[in-house]
Design a protein around this ligand. Structure first.
Ligand SMILES: Nc1ncnc2c1ncn2[C@@H]1O[C@H](COP(=O)(O)OP(=O)(O)OP(=O)(O)O)[C@@H](O)[C@H]1O
Ligand SMILES: [Mg+2]
Length: 229
């Protein structure tokens, strides 16, 4: 097995059922997925098919009804809340569909935050945050507050923030969904470049055929299941 075939993310028999006023919604139904180290994989499928649910469970911000998730061969189950918080900060970088930026912190502070929470030296962290913001084309917005940004600028801030702790796994939920086509192409370039140069692993939910044409593998989902695992 070449190093490219070593699975970094392994999902097995995953179910997620939301209780919705007595009528359960099956968001994931028996999902099996293995994502190779250093690969870029796109999750595609129509709205409501379960992409965000799957990413949130892999990223440790939601829990499955049953089934297992392993990252680097270590199972998620049995980790306590503080271990899960560490996992979210260090092992995986999350880029959300909605960006969750801290409204009272500047763009640069938002990007730096996950590293500052890990007590890394603030001078180094702020410099790296500025460098990442330059990479996503926001070096002129370091001191701006989130409410002063356009949607696309918020999205690029969220991408820089996901990269600050140099995570081996990056989970992205429609990272270019709010951008005009030329900004989207640029952000995509930055994201794929960072992932590939550093042998990171990317799993990205998207409706973009442009993005899907640039990754190593496309996984299609329908009604909570994977069609072609
Ligand atoms: N908290 C919740 N309670 C009940 N149902 C939910 C909840 N969250 C999601 N769902 C349902 O689970 C299904 C999967 O939702 P999910 O957000 O994973 O879809 P998605 O593939 O990411 O869609 P989109 O492309 O629109 O982002 C949907 O039918 C949705 O209505
Ligand atoms: Mg979604």
């Amino acid at each position: 097995m070449s190093h490219l075939e070593v699975p970094v993310i392994e999902v097995s028999g995953l179910y997620k059922t939301y209780a919705h006023g007595g009528r359960p919604v099956a968001a994931l139904r028996d999902v099996h997925l293995s994502v190779a180290k250093g690969s870029c994989t796109a999750l595609m499928g129509s709205s409501g098919c379960g992409k965000s649910t799957l990413l949130n469970i892999i990223g440790g911000i939601d829990t499955p009804s049953s089934g297992t998730v392993s990252i680097h061969g270590r199972e998620r189950k049995g980790r306590n809340e503080s271990e899960l918080a560490l996992l979210r900060r260090r092992e995986v970088g999350l880029i959300f569909q909605f960006f969750n930026l801290m409204p009272t912190m500047s763009v640069q502070e938002n990007v730096a935050l996950p590293a500052l929470l890990d007590a890394r030296p603030s001078g180094f962290v702020m410099e790296r945050a500025a460098w990442l913001l330059k990479e996503v084309g926001l070096d002129h917005r370091l001191d701006h507050m989130p409410h002063e940004l356009s949607g696309g600028e918020m999205q690029r801030t969220a991408i820089a923030r996901a990269l600050i702790n140099e995570p081996s796994v990056i989970l992205a939920d429609e990272p270019t969904g709010n951008l005009d086509s030329s900004t989207a192409a640029h952000v995509l370039e930055v994201l794929l470049d960072v992932v590939r140069r550093n042998e990171r692993t990317l799993l990205v939910a998207t409706h973009s055929h442009e993005l899907a044409s640039r990754v190593d593998r496309v996984v299609h989902m329908k009604d909570g299941a994977i069609l072609d695992a």
